[in-house]
Design a protein around this ligand. Structure first.
Ligand SMILES: [Zn+2]
Length: 405
């Protein structure tokens, strides 16, 4: 029997004016409890002790409510408890990722939540109820919802989000039956870049001018976020890189575009090969615009992972750095380093003329196919690639983490 695939389904919420205060309070209290519990966990670990949900809930909710500094702490207790549970889980995910027990993209350590960022509270299934045009949340009340598509199954939880521009959303976690598509034997390699978000080995440069312009518009804002420079991969935090309603619509359009692109790629191909972001992002892009691209790539990869699971496709992520821009995809000749400004080059060995990104995508495909066939039936090209100084790629990604919190 196949296991269901967890997915998120998101809908627009329209709160009643009188619910604004209750919601704002719940967001604020959940955030403070999360931050207190995070600070406390760090203290405990620094002292060599272990933090756990019961300990944190006692310290940061029950006992905190008795202190003058936190006497105002109210809001639905289930929401506060959930905040501590989620923090506890975030720590576990992080450790599992560090130790290699958790597959998929690396999980970051839990971070403090900021007031100016998107706010969220989570309700487990026993404290919310869905109605024909509404969502009833424990201690908050009945909130109008726009069911833009049908929920495929009973949700296990809902996260209520207020984005940086003040819009409300309900994001449900549901289990979806996998619907494997008929195998078609096709394979594609994808090169992730800045000029084009995704270039395929089939020669498609998948980023409409519109999306390109939208992202360029969003990049100056990212320059204002100092953490974007300090960290290799800033969190996909909507407000550090993008603030206000203009950016919210940019983010919406980008997500829309990524949805369409990932669906099409998964439908058309049996095997999809990507380079690991930790490698490709670090080496190829040194500009600030990278932080915007990072967020897009992460979203894109997450979408590809969850759709691959749902439709029975294979996603291969090559984890090791390969000189994809330096090797001729036709003959395997290693032509040395190429500046980013060189968009096209001719192989001195076989004479093939290459578009830089398409050539890279072809090399990614070859490496991924060699990997997925486990070296057995590796194409002659891959032998040439290894001879040209490529290392054998590792770790096909069989499972994904389709629903990041
Ligand atoms: Zn060549």
């Amino acid at each position: 029997m196949m296991v269901g695939v967890k997915q998120r389904y998101r809908y627009r919420l329209y709160r009643h004016p009188h619910q604004q205060v209750a919601l704002a309070k719940a967001f604020g209290c959940a955030r403070v409890v999360w931050n207190d519990a995070l600070a406390k966990s760090r203290e405990l670990y620094a002292a060599g002790e272990k933090s756990s949900y019961p300990v944190l809930a006692k310290l940061c909710i029950t006992q905190a409510e008795q202190t003058p500094e936190r006497s105002w702490l109210s809001g639905p207790s289930v929401v506060l408890q959930q905040s501590v549970r989620d923090l506890d889980q975030a720590f576990r995910n992080w450790w599992a990722s560090l130790s290699g027990k958790r597959k998929g993209p690396k999980v970051r350590a839990p971070r403090f939540k900021k007031r100016r960022c998107a706010q969220s509270i989570r309700f487990m299934s026993h404290v919310f109820r869905t109605g024909e045009r509404s969502l009833t949340l424990g201690k908050i009340g009945t909130v109008p919802i726009e069911w833009s598509r049908v929920l495929p199954s009973d949700p296990s939880s809902v996260t209520v989000i207020r984005d940086a521009s003040g819009r409300y959303f309900a994001s449900f976690v549901v289990e979806v039956e996998p619907k494997p598509l008929p195998a078609n034997g096709k394979a594609v390699g994808i090169d992730l870049g800045l000029a084009s978000l995704a270039v395929t080995s089939a020669g498609e440069k998948d980023r409409p001018a519109e999306v390109s312009a939208l992202c360029a518009e969003a990049s100056p804002a990212s320059a204002a976020a100092p953490q974007a420079q300090a960290e290799r991969f800033p969190p996909p935090c909507r407000c550090s890189a993008e603030g206000g309603s203009t950016s919210a619509s940019i983010a919406d359009k980008r997500l829309d575009f990524l949805h369409q692109l990932s669906t099409r790629i998964i439908r058309e191909n049996q095997t999809v090969v990507l380079e690991d972001l930790n490698v490709s992002g670090m080496l190829k892009n040194k500009q600030l615009a990278r932080s915007i691209a990072d967020a897009g790539w992460r979203q894109f990869r997450t979408l590809l992972e969850s759709k691959a699971l749902q439709y029975g496709r294979q996603l291969v992520v090559i984890n090791r750095w390969l000189p994809t821009s330096q090797v001729c995809s036709t003959c395997g000749h290693h032509d040395g380093k190429k500046e980013l400004s060189i968009r096209e080059w001719q192989c001195p060995s076989c004479g093939a003329v290459h578009d830089r990104d398409i050539n890279a995508a072809l090399n990614i495909l070859t490496a991924g196919l060699a990997e997925s066939q486990n070296g057995r039936g590796a194409a002659h090209k891959s032998t040439a690639l290894v001879a040209a100084g490529w290392e054998a790629p590792t770790h096909p990604i069989a499972e994904a983490s389709p629903c990041p919190a």
